[in-house]
Design a binder for this molecule. Structure first.
Ligand code: SF4
Length: 401
């Protein structure tokens, strides 16, 4: 989840009558608590998420009977499937009782949660899409704002209004969605009115492991640092992952010989409804985000990735990162940054493929940034990377020829 996505999802829970709140921002205590149960072999997101949960459990009002965490998970070869067992073990060892976890998996694109909370999948999708859009608008405008802080303020206020609109609900789903569209339209208009400088920064696509690239504490505020160094970021969003899960689920259903079945019909129908919702919510931002369009379908990204990583033979962010790099270049990016935790399987595989991909894209600068919770010389590396991106842009635009 992004910062905004987590807040919007908490609003969804509250709309469903659950007393929900977002885990407070990460800090040094998070890392210290996480380190008590990790050896250094684990991925950074595991250490951070565990540290967050232990921090919550230290609150005087914490009650294991009245607290549950909502934590989307997955199965498969990646270490992500081991997070929840480790959390439970750490809670037992700390004498904190049984940790209650509501953990929908990616196998059915997180739809299992709908069995207990039928309205959650649709409302959750609106929350994800709306939060993604607000964040995209922020990244589109902030590098050019004349007065520092304008974009952050509009973003924060827009997000709060969006969360209130989610929580308020409406007599019907159609009216609820319309209220959200109205709310996003007001924020899009506010973004468009922010005074900006006439400039065109190098456009840098940001891909990589989903937690680390979206969690500003984990990536040491890479996006803000990139902007300060003179770049504009185009960050891969959460919706992309949901589209990918839908696509994967459809492939799995097909492989089980149920290409023509109610199961497949259900997947396709859901995909269609989600796409319609996304179009409606995105509409207010169509001018502001012109030129930053996402692929029409996840299949498009997978086909971009195919020459490097056949999507049937590999699963996870590695496929999306590689495919997205091609899409980003086709839409004007001058460089691509891959954010991953240290030793992340996805980051390692992508990194091995990037030299060939870069050659095929005319020398597009692509760089991996790995994070392990320790301070890194990020600003210097970003400056150098942006120089490469400026050079690439000059060559691509034929400057000096
Ligand atoms: S995607 Fe990478 S960081 Fe995340 S659990 Fe898997 S290996 Fe770890």
């Amino acid at each position: 989840m992004t910062y905004g996505g987590a807040h919007a999802m908490a609003a969804v829970w509250r709309a469903l009558g659950v007393d929900a709140e977002v885990i407070p921002p990460s800090d040094e205590e998070t890392l210290a608590l996480g380190a008590r149960h990790t050896s250094g072999d684990e991925c950074l997101p595991q250490k951070i998420t565990l540290g967050e949960l232990l921090k919550i459990a230290r609150r005087p009002d914490y009650s294991p009977e009245r607290t549950a965490i909502f934590f989307a998970t997955t199965t498969g070869p990646c270490r992500f499937g081991q997070y929840v067992p480790l959390f439970r073990q750490a809670f037992r060892q700390e004498g904190l009782g049984e940790l209650q976890v509501l953990a929908p998996g990616s196998d059915d694109a997180y739809q299992s949660v709908g069995r207990q909370f039928p309205d959650l999948p649709r409302l959750g999708w609106w929350a994800v899409v709306g939060a993604d859009l607000l964040q995209k608008a922020l990244h589109r405008i902030r590098p050019y704002e004349r007065t520092a802080g304008d974009s952050d303020r509009v973003y924060q206020e827009g997000l709060e209004a969006f969360c209130r609109a989610i929580e308020r609900g409406a007599p019907s789903r159609r009216r609820h969605r319309s209220a959200l569209v109205e709310c996003l339209s007001a924020t899009a208009r506010r973004f468009a009115r922010i005074p900006v400088r006439e400039a065109s920064h190098p456009l840098i696509g940001v891909v990589g492991e989903i937690f680390c690239r979206l969690h500003a504490f984990s990536n040491q505020e890479l996006i803000r640092r990139l902007e300060r160094a003179g770049g504009e970021a185009w960050l891969s969003d959460v919706s992309e992952w949901i589209w990918y899960c839908n696509e994967w689920e459809a492939r799995e259903v097909g492989l089980r010989g149920r290409r023509i079945s109610f199961a497949m019909l259900g997947v396709r129908l859901r995909d269609w409804v989600q796409r319609r919702d996304e179009h409606a919510l995105r509409h207010p931002f169509s001018d502001l985000l012109q030129g930053r369009e996402e692929p029409d379908s996840p299949g498009e990204l997978l086909e971009y990735a195919r020459p490097y990583l056949p999507p049937e033979g590999a699963m996870g962010e590695m496929v999306l990162s590689v495919g997205k790099a091609v899409h980003l270049r086709a839409h004007g990016a001058h460089g691509v940054i891959d954010i991953s935790p240290f030793t992340c399987m996805n980051g390692i595989v992508s990194e091995a493929l990037y030299p060939r991909l870069s050659r095929d894209l005319g020398g597009l600068p692509i760089k991996n940034f790995y994070f392990d919770g320790k301070p890194a010389p990020l600003d210097r590396d970003l400056e150098i990377f942006l120089e490469l991106a400026r050079g690439y842009r000059a060559r691509a635009e034929g400057v000096g020829q």
